[in-house]
Design a protein around this ligand. Structure first.
Ligand code: FDA
Length: 321
């Protein structure tokens, strides 16, 4: 109950243009932004990725902030930022790994535009990475139920064209078991998340307990012997340490080695858990959002745990000081 009220309050803050304006005014360096966001520009995000890699052996996936855009100028801005991120990662020895929401690159305006942009970004990822080893990818994030089918089709087209692409699937959707089976059979790279959206009971599991049970079922499929034989690459994206432990258990039981799969988490959330996994020899990647429009993203992260109230209060006091 407290958690739900807290989350609803934070979502209201995320949607308020006036709060956003006040918080973002010249303050990309505030405590909140510094915790959840890797910087205002691709350059700063790449530096943060390099530092994480050097300090903790943790990899990154760069994400330019800005979702559900329906203005051509914003689509163009997002597209340019993704290309730049891939290009700049290519100048380092880090993975060339960028996360993209289909609506960011034009899906709501014109699905063909989003497709052209996705192909161009994946081509830039491939060219920037060259032949050096690493996990290089255009990772397609998964948005609400209405874009699931086209996102899966887009990923299939990219893979068909032999471009470095990966796909996010959500455990809250009932259809995911079948979608995952198809991706396993084609030896794809899939990031499994619980899902940050809601849908009706016919399409989705609506209770957290059910979503956790389904997550386990899907993890078992991802780490099956047949998935390994098919060359499938599991990516477990959660801060839930019990699910992470379950994935490790399944991996060990079925002969997977740590480099054959990865864990992914968000920058600023349970960093201790991420570092502990990396120290144990697992491949860990952090989702590294960057850009000027950081407030809606950061406040949603705050909303995910009422204990973050202290962090929020501290950052508001910093602003007032
Ligand atoms: P859960 O919410 O159950 O939390 C597990 C533990 O972590 C709890 O102890 C909790 O308190 C703690 N915790 C979680 N968030 C916290 C926070 N902000 N601060 C402090 N503690 C926190 N969704 C989607 O629909 N499409 C997508 O493309 C993606 N992409 C994506 C990429 C990556 C790398 C991650 C990690 C997540 C996503 N998600 C996503 C979001 C995902 O669907 C889900 O909403 C969140 O990860 C929260 O679920 P968890 O499984 O992490 O655990």
């Amino acid at each position: 109950m407290i958690r739900r009220l807290w989350q609803a309050g934070m979502i209201r803050m995320a949607r308020s243009p006036s709060v956003k304006r006040i918080m973002q005014q010249g303050s990309a360096g505030s405590a909140l932004a510094a915790r959840y966001v890797a910087g205002a520009t691709a350059e700063t995000a790449v530096s943060r990725a390099a530092a994480l890699h050097a300090q903790d052996g943790i990899c990154g996936s760069l994400f330019y902030l800005g979702e559900y855009v329906d203005r051509p100028d914003l689509v163009a801005e997002n597209f340019a930022a993704k290309l730049l991120a891939a290009e700049q990662l290519g100048r380092t020895d880090l993975d060339v790994h960028v996360s993209v929401d289909p609506t960011q690159i034009g899906y709501s305006l014109d699905p063909q535009l989003a497709r052209r942009n996705a192909f161009a970004i994946a081509e830039r990822v491939a060219a920037s990475a060259g032949s050096r080893p690493g996990i290089h990818a255009l990772m397609l994030d998964m948005e609400d139920e209405t874009v699931v089918e086209p996102t899966i089709a887009l990923h299939a087209a990219l893979v068909e064209a032999k471009l470095p692409a990966a796909l996010t699937l959500q455990a809250y959707l009932r259809r995911t078991e079948a979608d995952l089976a198809a991706e396993i059979a084609r030896g794809a790279r899939v990031r499994l998340v619980k899902g940050a959206f809601a849908a009706g009971n016919d399409a989705a599991f609506t209770r957290q307990a059910e979503i956790k049970v389904n997550s386990r079922r899907l993890i078992a499929l991802m780490f099956s012997r047949s998935a390994r034989a098919a060359g499938f690459y599991p990516i477990i994206a959660t801060h839930d340490d019990r699910l992470q432990a379950y994935a490790i258990e399944q991996a060990e039981a079925n002969g997977w080695r740590p480099g054959d799969y990865e864990f992914e988490m968000l920058l600023g959330v349970r960093g201790d858990v991420a570092r502990a996994l990396a120290r144990r020899g697992h491949r860990v990647r952090l989702y590294l959002p960057f850009g000027r429009d950081w407030w809606p993203y950061a406040i949603r992260r705050i909303g995910e745990n009422p204990r973050n109230a202290v962090l929020l209060a501290r950052s508001l006091l910093d602003r007032a000081a």
